[in-house]
Design a protein around this ligand. Structure first.
Ligand code: 2P0
Length: 350
């Protein structure tokens, strides 16, 4: 039995095109979601572990961007407790965790997908080392996605590169509410060159956290309709990815963003996460598309920032438009240049 060692994983963030919003049971989604894994927005997490004889519970220390972080520590504590149920030997280990994001905390980019997936990958690697388990890559990633989902729903999708589905979906073999699956071999090559230019409208603290927002879906009068819309859109978006129908892809993506924010407006209490500049940018994008007929689309996460999605073919034209027309509406002119990515990387194991 291995008694001490070090593991480090880099795990990316992802952007959902069909949105996960609302839960059932323990961290299970009301409807399936489909996402694109990113490259440049990622978390790197290192865990040094040591066996201790007298521990009753897993003991850990946490450094986030080199500093103590109390709210994040409590999220990690709950997650480690949940993982301990699957991996009882974890309670005999002391874990020194150090984690940092490639994107600034103030960029308004959700970090739970990358940070919880990085942590899930590290804990599963540690389990396999300590217990001497050899898993093939497919089983390892499925289990890592399952564990990541227990920490944060969107994190289940970050375990895979490319395009990813989380949630049972009619007609898609292997799809499950328990873990995500990669869609890579079902996606036309064009979508594997997709860019995500993230226009930062505001990096401020959100009025409502995602956990609170998910909870508010319970009493939302449009809950049933949203669940059906999400299911329908997941099936049709996967079809559009297969057939390379960028027009249909874009229509679904923009409808999903609007539908997600409509759920915020119709929650009790109602909340609004977009800002005036969000709408100004959307109007400019629609006008630009009407004039140029370029096939790009955009989506919003649970926040005011805009994710502008487009293929390699039109990259130069989009960059020019971003720089001449859109950065003036971004906070301090900020935007993040990202693209579809390959998924997590093991960066240290000894
Ligand atoms: C998503 N979001 O599909 C949706 C769309 C934001 C908008 O999942 O409570 O941080 O940790 O499972 O994953 C954000 O919620 O929620 C989210 P938890 P999570 O990406």
């Amino acid at each position: 039995m291995v008694r001490s060692g070090k593991i480090a994983w880099r795990s990316p963030s992802n952007i959902a095109l069909v949105k996960y919003w609302g839960k059932k049971g323990f961290q299970l989604p009301l409807n399936p979601s489909v996402s694109m894994t990113l490259t440049n927005c990622y978390t790197e997490t290192t865990i040094e572990f040591n066996h201790k004889n007298n521990l009753k519970n897993p003991a850990f220390s946490l450094l986030f961007q080199g500093k103590k972080n109390v709210p994040f520590e409590s999220k990690i504590r709950s997650f480690i407790e949940v993982v301990s149920k699957e991996f009882p030997a974890l309670s005999t280990l002391n874990l020194d965790i150090s984690t940092h994001n490639s994107f600034p905390h103030s960029a308004g980019i959700a970090s739970s997908a990358s940070s919880l997936s990085a942590l899930a990958l590290c804990l599963l690697s540690i389990k396999n080392k300590v217990l001497g388990i050899n898993m093939n890559e497919e089983d390892f990633l499925k289990k890592a996605s399952y564990l990541a989902r227990l920490g944060s729903g969107s994190a289940s999708r970050s375990v895979y590169g490319g395009w990813v589905l989380w949630g049972e979906t009619s007609g898609i073999e292997g799809s499950s509410d328990d873990y995500a699956i990669p869609l890579s071999n079902q996606v036309d090559e064009k979508f594997n060159s997709y860019y995500d230019s993230i226009l930062i409208v505001s990096s401020g603290e959100k009025a409502i956290s995602s956990s609170q927002g998910h909870e508010l879906m319970e009493s939302n009068p449009y809950k049933e309709s949203r669940v059906n819309t999400g299911r329908f859109n997941a099936i049709n978006l996967i079809d559009a990815l297969k057939c390379c129908n960028e027009k249909v892809f874009g229509e679904i993506v923009e409808y999903e963003a609007a539908n997600l924010h409509a759920m915020f407006l119709t929650s009790h209490p109602s909340f609004i996460l977009i800002k005036p500049e969000t709408l100004q940018i959307i109007n400019k994008l629609k006008q630009f598309r009407d004039e140029t007929k370029l096939e790009f689309t955009f989506t919003l996460d649970a926040g005011p920032n805009i994710h502008l999605l487009y293929s390699e073919d039109i990259r130069d034209k989009m960059l020019l438009f971003i720089n001449t027309d859109l950065t003036a509406l971004c906070e301090d002119g900020k935007w993040i240049d990202d693209k579809v990515g390959m998924g997590p990387i093991l960066i240290d194991s000894n």
